[in-house]
Design a protein. Structure first.
Lengths: 254, 303
């Protein structure tokens, strides 16, 4: 089923448009910052650039891409009426759903890897200052790559939750726009309120930020374990809600 | 003696579907036997599509049970317009079904089936540009790809031009004849059903009104049409067991008791000097039976 989804969605213009826009954005953003650095308008180190580009990716681009793509993949099957194809082929609803989740995760992770590889390449070639100073400690290039990879991986894991939320909204409302906006807004609200005591998801959302900017001991002592626990719990709740609502749903295709 | 019926390939018992307070399908029992071309008839809103959607697994029945004796995946078809990935070619649409079943793509089989449905020349074209007829044929190709035991189609000729309707009908009949493929088709076109159905079920307001072979629905219950230039003489010469139902000009409608064969009636009339120009069994049109079953004898309420 996953292979079928790969064949289906790798051939859609939406998939290539989202990827193209993301990578196009990275190129333009990198050239802009590098230009400003070269002419002295806004001097920045490679680490500054990496922090900035990964911040935009993890806080805006990746959440938007994940929610949009998850909503698109599932809602398209309703819109195209093709959800009946695997059902008639005898494919279980669990397999249909897990394949869609797997495909969305896979494609956004691939995009994340490409984005971060591009960012590393631009960071280490375009910027004159390779000073990697964080909290009075100079990081090695390896540590920078490791930390940024950690940011990318943790962001991908967090965004699985919002991808699942988007799919849950598609099942309820059969509308990609409602699902994307709803899920993205949920992410934004949780991010904005991450520092407040009332947001139970705070520890989970702070991990990526701490991975790129603070010493790792603070992370290990602070939000790491509660954050992972909250992530696991939320994942399980969303998976169960998604599976139950998809299984119980009468699939009415207009 | 009648041949005993085999076990049904597909059977429903007390199938119900409620949408809130509205009961779309009420305690429907269907029996589709191997080799049948079963046509589910009924007016719009009778519950045909809902019933088929439950059989396909798209809708969950509110009550009742469905028994399909084939393996999962041996029931194929589509409900409503055929589902198509418009951005993919006809070939790729069919190849996807192999991926869904985790089977290696059989290129030869795909080409063969596209040839069968008349889409060989269009196999590499994006299906988004296909006409309704071509989409319908592609839907059929997908349904037939893995040699299913039962094909379920919801109004398969809807939106087709006359040529397309004939092609689909011919294909249904050919595959039923050559491969004993069983079909379950919903339709509201009585004339169409009459041309290929072997068994008919009539749904009305969510309830099954009748399920019978087409032949038994068309059966005039031993009614014969006698054509003679001497109707008065024929009337007087009718033997016991022959009951005159109607006469108009030189035509008499006669119902025979089971004990009186039509050959005996003919012999009796001829020996009494009645000139018999013709004696044939009356076959009811499905339309007549349908309206009798759905709306009562006169069929007034459907108008």
């Amino acid at each position: 089923m996953l292979k079928a989804d790969i064949k289906t969605y790798f051939n859609t213009w939406v998939f290539w448009a989202l990827n193209g826009l993301t990578l196009g954005f990275l190129v333009l953003y990198s050239l802009l910052l590098a230009g400003m650095d070269r002419i002295g308008l806004r001097p920045m180190t490679a680490l500054d650039y990496l922090s900035s580009s990964s911040g935009i990716y993890t806080n805006a681009l990746y959440p938007l891409l994940t929610t949009l793509f998850s909503a698109y993949v599932l809602s398209s099957e309703y819109r195209w009426r093709t959800l009946m194809v695997p059902i008639f082929e005898g494919v279980s609803r669990t397999r249909i759903l897990s394949s869609k989740i797997g495909f969305c995760f896979l494609s956004t992770v691939i995009l994340g890897v490409v984005y971060f590889c591009g960012a590393f390449l631009f960071g280490f070639t375009l910027f004159t200052s390779q000073n990697m100073l964080v909290e009075n400690r100079t990081l090695s290039a390896f540590e920078v790559v490791a930390r940024m990879s950690g940011v990318a991986i943790w962001t991908a894991l967090i965004m699985v939750l919002f991808g699942l939320l988007a799919m849950l909204l598609v099942i309820q409302f059969k509308n990609a726009l409602v699902a994307t906006v709803g899920s993205f807004l949920a992410f934004l609200i949780l991010m904005i309120t991450a520092e407040t005591r009332h947001n139970p998801f705070g520890p989970m959302l702070k991990i990526a930020q701490l991975l790129q900017s603070a010493n790792l001991e603070a992370l290990a002592r602070g939000p790491l374990l509660p954050g992972i626990g909250i992530w696991l719990l939320t994942l399980m709740v969303l998976m169960v809600a998604l599976a139950v609502s998809f299984h119980r749903q009468d699939i009415v295709l207009e | 003696m009648n041949k005993p019926l085999p076990d049904p390939l597909l059977q429903t018992r007390g199938l119900c579907k409620r949408f809130g307070d509205f009961e779309a399908v009420r305690a429907v029992d269907l029996h589709v036997y191997p080799g049948d071309i079963y046509v589910l008839l009924g007016p719009n809103g009778a519950g045909k599509t809902t019933t088929l959607s439950m059989l396909a697994g798209l809708l969950h029945p509110s009550a009742g049970e469905i028994t399909f004796t084939g393996q999962p995946g041996e029931m194929a078809g589509f409900i409503g317009a055929p589902p198509i990935y418009a951005h993919l070619s006809a070939y790729d649409n069919l190849a996807l079904s192999y991926h869904m079943r985790r089977r290696p793509v059989a290129r030869q089989r795909i080409h063969e089936i596209l040839e069968q449905v008349g889409l060989a020349a269009a196999r590499n074209r994006k299906t988004g540009a296909f006409s309704t007829g071509m989409r319908q044929r592609l839907g059929l190709a997908r349904a037939l790809l893995f040699d299913p035991k039962l094909v379920v189609l919801d109004e398969p000729t809807s939106g087709l031009d006359p040529d397309g309707i004939v092609e689909v009908r011919e294909m249904i009949l050919r595959l039923n004849r050559e491969r004993q493929l069983t079909w379950l088709i919903s339709s509201h076109l009585l004339a169409e059903a009459e041309q290929f159905a072997t068994r008919v079920g009539i749904l009305m307001q969510g309830q099954r009104r009748i399920e019978a072979t087409l032949a038994s629905l068309q059966d005039g219950h031993n009614v014969f049409l006698l054509e003679t230039p001497a109707p008065e003489q024929a009337r007087a010469a009718l033997p016991a067991g022959a009951h005159l139902l109607e006469s108009a000009g030189e035509q008499l409608q006669i119902q025979l008791d089971d004990t009186l064969p039509s050959a005996e009636l003919n012999r009796c009339l001829v020996t009494q000097g009645v000139p018999v120009a013709g004696l044939s069994r009356v076959v009811n049109r499905l339309e007549t039976t349908y309206f009798q079953i759905c709306y009562g004898a006169t069929g007034e309420s459907h108008a």
